[in-house]
Design a binder for this molecule. Structure first.
Ligand code: PAF
Length: 284
C-alpha cells in the first residue's frame, strides 16, 4: 500500500501545507466504506489537481439518535486500496472521534434555509454536523477544490453556500450520481440491504423515471409529478419519507416545474433509508 495515511489533525494540516507548495490541492471528504461513487470523485479530483487528499471519518455529529452511527460500515483496508487505485495522494483517517471533537469542543457551523427542507426536516441537526466537520476539513486542508456527489444534492448545495458564506475560497465541485446497472444510486448504505430489499431498492430510480416520463408528456404541476413518484414508490412496497419537486438552486418549491427542477426522494426499504434525486428534464 503506497498511499500515505495520517491520523492526526496536526499531521493532516502539515501534509496539506507541504502539498500546496507543489501546486493545487483537491479534497475528497468521505465517511469511508468507499464505493464506485467515491472512486469517481477521487478520479475527478486527480484530474483537477496534482495532489488529492481523501478524508475518511464517520462523523458522529451528523447522525441523529436512533440512526446508524454504530453500524455504519467501516472497511479501512479496502478503503485505502480504493483510494490508492483511484489516484489519492494521501488519506486522513482519524482513529477516534476525539481527534476532530476534542474535549471542550463547542463551536458549530449552523447552515441556513437550504438545510431546512427534505433531509434537513427529517434529520434535525444533520446538516449542522455535516457543515461543522466539512468546515474543519476545509480549514485544516485549505484545499483549492473539494468534490462531493450529487446523490447528496442538498448536502452539495449546503456546502457550496457554506464555502461562500465563510470565505473558504474553496471551489466546491459536484459530480454526477453513480448508479448500478439497474439504476440504483450507489451508496454505502446499500450494504444494509438483503437480497429481496436490494431488488426493491430500485423503487427510487423507477419513481424518478416515472416522474420524468410524466414531465416529458407535458405535466408541469409539481404536486402531480410528486403524486406519480409516490404511486410508483408505493407500488414497489417501500415506505415513503419524502417525494418532492424542488428548485435546483434554492430548493424552494416551484409553482410550475421546468426541465431543471429536481425530484428529491427518500424512502425506507426495510429499515434502510435511501435517498435519490434527479432533474425532471434529464434524458431517460
Ligand atoms: O457525504 C458524506 O459522506 C458526509 O456527509 C461528509 C461530506 C463526508 C461529511 O461527513
Amino acid at each position: 500500500m503506497n498511499v500515505a495515511v495520517v491520523t492526526s489533525a496536526h499531521d493532516f494540516r502539515r501534509a496539506c501545507q507541504e502539498a500546496r507548495v507543489d501546486g493545487e490541492l483537491a479534497l475528497v471528504p468521505t465517511m469511508g466504506s468507499l464505493h464506485a461513487g467515491h472512486e469517481s470523485l477521487i478520479k475527478a479530483a486527480a484530474q483537477w489537481a496534482p495532489t488529492v487528499a481523501v478524508t475518511i471519518f464517520v462523523n458522529p455529529s451528523q447522525f441523529g439518535p436512533g440512526e446508524d452511527l454504530a453500524s455504519y460500515p467501516r472497511e479501512r483496508a479496502g478503503d485505502l486500496r480504493k483510494c490508492e487505485e483511484s489516484g489519492a495522494t494521501f488519506v486522513f483517517a482519524p482513529e477516534t472521534p476525539a481527534e476532530m471533537y476534542p474535549p471542550g469542543f463547542q463551536t458549530w457551523v449552523e447552515p441556513g434555509p437550504l438545510a431546512r427542507p427534505l433531509c434537513g426536516e427529517r434529520r434535525p441537526g444533520h446538516f449542522r454536523g455535516v457543515c461543522t466537520i466539512v468546515a474543519k476539513l476545509f480549514a485544516l486542508s485549505r484545499a483549492d477544490a473539494a468534490f462531493f456527489g450529487e446523490k447528496d444534492y442538498q448536502q452539495l448545495l449546503v456546502i457550496q453556500r457554506m464555502a461562500l458564506d465563510l470565505n473558504f475560497g474553496i471551489e466546491v465541485i459536484g459530480r454526477p450520481t453513480v448508479r448500478e446497472a439497474d439504476g440504483l444510486a450507489i451508496s454505502s448504505r446499500n450494504s444494509y440491504l438483503n437480497r429481496e430489499e436490494r431488488q426493491r431498492a430500485t423503487a427510487l430510480w423507477k419513481a424518478l423515471q416515472a416522474a420524468r416520463r410524466k414531465f416529458a408528456e407535458g405535466e408541469r404541476d409539481p404536486a402531480s409529478l410528486e403524486e406519480v413518484a409516490r404511486q410508483s414508490l408505493e407500488a414497489e412496497g417501500v415506505r415513503i419519507d419524502y417525494a418532492e419537486v424542488r428548485d435546483p438552486v434554492d430548493l424552494e418549491r416551484p409553482s410550475r416545474a421546468d426541465a431543471t427542477s429536481r425530484l428529491f426522494l427518500a424512502a425506507f426499504v426495510g429499515k434502510t433509508r435511501l435517498i435519490d434525486n434527479g432533474e425532471l428534464g434529464a434524458p431517460r
